[in-house]
Each structure stands twice: as structure tokens, then as C-alpha cells.
Unconditional design. Structure first.
Lengths: 149, 318
């Protein structure tokens, strides 16, 4: 009997994947991500610094980096059924064979409104129903691999 | 039940693929895509002709590492006076910039490169503040002295007003190895300072006189910048560094502090109500773009080694 994976296993898998993505793909963007104007800023200043005042190059690089991350999650799950993090945590994605659904599963990564609303919705749904909102929408699920063996 | 069966079949299909090859293909493909994206961004920055950070009313220009004309010293990690002068001029011409902060973390470097920056700071019509962080010694202190106001961390290394031109003399080593330096010169002093032969007494005197002349120039410039007498500055010009708080006591720096004190000075003394830093960076060249994306450090190390080998042994440094 396959059971949906829990919050903690999925969170650890996600952190592992973010580390992999940061290590392997984000290096070339490093020079655009330097915003030393904020290094002396307090929390209040960081919050007040709206995207409208951030340099366009910084905004562009964050969006391009999020596209890379989106493709990493989608391609890995589409072709393998899991990402590196999910494999290490014994998790598997099931439910669809259409790539578009795998893209849909991860649109929350793009840091642009309205997708940013999902940053609050997704963890809430995951804790409550063990299935994210976008998983329900894409008719996919993340299950514990051990339960199938 | 039917749903469960279908799910398990799908998992089976996914598992039959060659996972290692698939992972490698995805990772390599995405890495190449990230390089492409970063390249496009670099080109966009280059052709826009602007710095990466385009906002702010206080220019921050960073002097980091050894100072030289082209900034290639110490494996390319130093400051280029050519770039810094351009950045100061650019900040000076920017109508939105109300003040210039020279953020210093450097042990000094070439006298000429330092002097070029000193001149650019002095010629700037905008108020300037030097902010010494960990180190602002020798040529870097010279730059700090040229700003209208200077702030240094109490534990920073500053001062060190002096010039040196020391080098290794290999003549004894060659002699031990039975290698002869065949001297062929047109002009008696053409090879003065060559590491392959020892200096004569008169040559040593000549070299010392040139270092002393540079030292005097350095002292005179600091005295002028700080509105002190040359005799007074000379008291502190034995080459020994001073801690930030000692430098304040010696009137070589105006205030001890860090970024909050810089901000306070900008707000209270220069009346800049909302300080918004605008950082100036070195403009990327096409070479930087192509070599910088994947092999920036490797290239810098290679270039650094070659440039070090090519350098004359009689480097004179402030």
C-alpha cells in the first residue's frame, strides 16, 4: 500500500535538492547575486527593500535561476520519478506521464506573483493532507518508496 | 485498486530507464543552460554600459588587495587604479550621487597607482569619505588621507608611511652553482637592481636616494591632504603601521568606527537624509565574460603566475 510521504522527509529531500542545485547550477550567476548594499542592512531594511528598487540584472538572474531549478525538479521527476534528494530519502513521484504536469507541480519556485502565494499554501496543505496544492492540481503524489517493496 | 495498479505500472516504467545516464544528461544539460543564461546576462550588462547595481545616492568605491595600475597583481585579486579612477570620475559626474565613500581594505601597492587614485579623489567635486576596514596601510592610507573625512576601525592596520624596494639577491647562489653573470650593458646603471648581481655601494646609495625621494613625496602629499606639517607627518613616517585608534590620536585619521559611523557622517554632517549606497564594480570585458563564467579562478591563477614571473624583481611598493 503506497502512502504519501510526510512533511519532514520531503523537507529534507527538498533541502538536499536545493543544495545540489546551488552547488552545480548557480555558480555562473554568482557575480550577479552580489548585492553588497544589503550586507550592512538590518532586517527592517531588507524587508523594506522592494523589488522595484533592486537592480534589473539581479531580478533577471533570480528568475533565470528559478527556471533552472524548475527544470531540475521537473525533468528529474519526469524521467526518473524522483530527484536526487527524493531518491536519498526514499521518495517517489507518481501519477502522470505528461511533462506539463511535472512543470505544474513546481511552478511555486518562480518568485513572481501570484506563484509566491503558493509559498504559504503549499506547506500548509502538505502538513494537513500530505499532498501539496499543486500536486492535487497536477494529479500527482509523492509517496514513500519503501511502501511499494 | 485500479488507480493503485496504474501507479505501480508507471513507477515500473520509470525505473526501467538508465537512471545514471539520465541524471548525468539532465545535470550536464542544465549546467550548460545556466552558463548560457549567465552569458546572456553578462552581455546585457556589458552592452548596457552600466554597473550591476544602478541605484543609490552615495557611491561606494572599493579598494581591495594590492594596488597596481592594471590590478593583476597577486593572482588578479588586487585593485586597478585605472578602474578606480574611472569609477570616481563616473560617480563625480552622476547627478544623483551626493557623496563618495572609498571603502578600503588594502595593504597598499604601487606608488604610481596609489598616486593616481589620490589625485582622482582630490579632484572630485563631491564630498568624499574614506572607510578603512581591516587594512588601509601605506599606499592605501595615502588614498584614505586624500578623502575629506576618514574613518577606520579601531583595530585596523593603517599608516605605514614608507616605501620599500627590497628584493632577493641571487648572486651568491649563482656563484655556488658556478654560474657566471655575463654583464653586458650600455649605460653603467642599466642593470642596477638586477637580482643576478650584488649592488655596489654607490648603486645602493643611488637606489636609497630614489626611495627617499618617493618617501618625501609621500610624506608631503599626506601632510597636504591632512593639513599637517611635513615635519609632523615625518614623525609617523618610519613605515610602522598604526592601529586605527592610534591613527586617530596621531591625527592621521578623523574617527574610529565602521559602517554605522560612515552612515552617521553622511547623514549628520553631509545632510544626506536617506543614505542609499550605489556600489561601483569593474566593468566586464569580453575576456572576463568568456573566461569568467566557468574558469574565472583558474584563469586568474594562470595569469597571475605568468605576470609574477614576468615582473621585474625591483618592485617598489608603498
Amino acid at each position: 500500500m503506497a502512502t504519501n510521504a510526510g512533511f519532514w522527509k520531503r523537507s529534507i529531500a527538498f533541502i538536499i535538492d536545493i543544495l545540489v542545485i546551488n552547488l552545480v547550477f548557480f555558480g555562473p550567476f554568482k557575480k550577479f547575486m552580489v548585492f553588497p548594499e544589503l550586507k550592512h542592512a538590518g532586517l527592517r531594511e531588507l524587508i523594506q527593500k522592494s523589488t522595484a528598487t533592486l537592480p534589473p540584472v539581479l531580478i533577471a538572474s533570480v528568475i533565470l535561476m528559478s527556471i533552472i531549478a524548475l527544470l531540475y525538479f521537473s525533468l528529474m521527476e519526469y524521467y526518473l520519478g524522483h530527484t536526487i534528494g527524493k531518491q536519498l530519502m526514499g521518495l517517489q513521484v507518481v501519477g502522470q506521464r505528461n511533462f506539463a504536469y511535472y512543470l505544474l507541480r513546481h511552478v511555486y519556485i518562480i518568485p513572481v506573483f501570484p506563484f509566491t502565494i503558493l509559498w504559504f499554501v503549499e506547506p500548509f496543505m502538505l502538513i494537513r493532507k500530505k499532498q501539496r496544492f499543486l500536486e492535487q492540481l497536477s494529479k500527482t503524489a509523492t509517496i514513500e518508496l519503501t511502501a511499494l517493496n | 485498486m485500479a488507480q493503485q495498479k496504474r501507479t505501480e505500472q508507471e513507477i515500473q516504467v520509470q525505473r526501467t530507464r538508465n537512471p545514471l545516464l539520465t541524471i548525468l544528461s539532465i545535470i550536464i544539460g542544465l549546467f550548460l543552460l545556466s552558463l548560457l543564461f549567465a552569458g546572456i546576462l553578462s552581455i546585457a550588462v556589458l552592452f548596457s554600459g552600466s554597473s550591476i547595481d544602478d541605484t543609490g545616492n552615495v557611491a561606494v568605491i572599493q579598494v581591495k588587495g594590492p594596488i597596481s595600475i592594471d590590478g593583476t597583481e597577486t593572482f588578479g585579486t588586487g585593485t586597478s587604479s585605472t578602474n578606480i579612477v574611472k569609477q570616481i570620475q563616473e560617480a563625480n559626474e552622476d547627478p544623483l550621487v551626493q557623496a563618495i565613500v572609498i571603502e578600503i581594505n588594502s595593504p597598499g601597492g604601487s606608488p604610481v597607482a596609489s598616486a593616481e587614485i589620490v589625485r582622482a579623489v582630490r579632484e572630485s567635486t563631491k564630498p568624499s569619505v574614506a572607510w578603512i576596514r581591516e587594512e588601509g596601510a601605506s599606499g592605501a592610507y595615502w588614498i584614505a588621507s586624500s578623502a575629506e573625512y576618514s574613518i577606520a576601525h579601531p583595530l585596523s592596520i593603517t599608516g605605514s608611511i614608507g616605501v620599500y624596494g627590497s628584493y632577493l639577491d641571487f648572486s651568491k647562489f649563482l656563484e655556488d652553482k658556478n654560474i657566471t653573470y655575463q654583464r653586458l650593458v650600455s649605460g653603467d646603471h642599466k642593470d642596477t637592481g638586477s637580482p643576478l648581481r650584488a649592488l655596489s655601494y654607490s648603486e645602493e646609495q643611488l637606489m636609497q636616494a630614489k626611495l627617499d625621494a618617493m618617501h618625501n613625496y609621500f610624506i608631503a602629499s599626506v601632510a597636504e591632504n591632512r593639513n599637517l606639517s611635513e615635519a609632523y607627518v615625518r614623525e609617523y613616517a618610519d613605515g610602522m603601521f598604526l592601529l586605527g585608534e592610534e591613527a586617530v590620536a596621531a591625527k592621521l585619521i578623523d574617527e574610529v568606527g565602521s559602517e554605522p559611523e560612515v552612515r552617521k557622517y553622511l547623514e549628520n554632517t553631509l545632510n544626506i537624509s536617506t543614505v542609499d549606497y550605489k556600489y561601483y564594480y569593474k566593468k566586464e570585458s569580453l575576456r572576463d565574460i568568456f573566461f569568467g563564467m566557468s574558469s574565472e579562478h583558474g584563469f586568474a591563477v594562470g595569469e597571475g603566475i605568468v605576470s609574477q614571473l614576468e615582473q621585474d624583481n625591483q618592485n617598489i611598493r608603498t
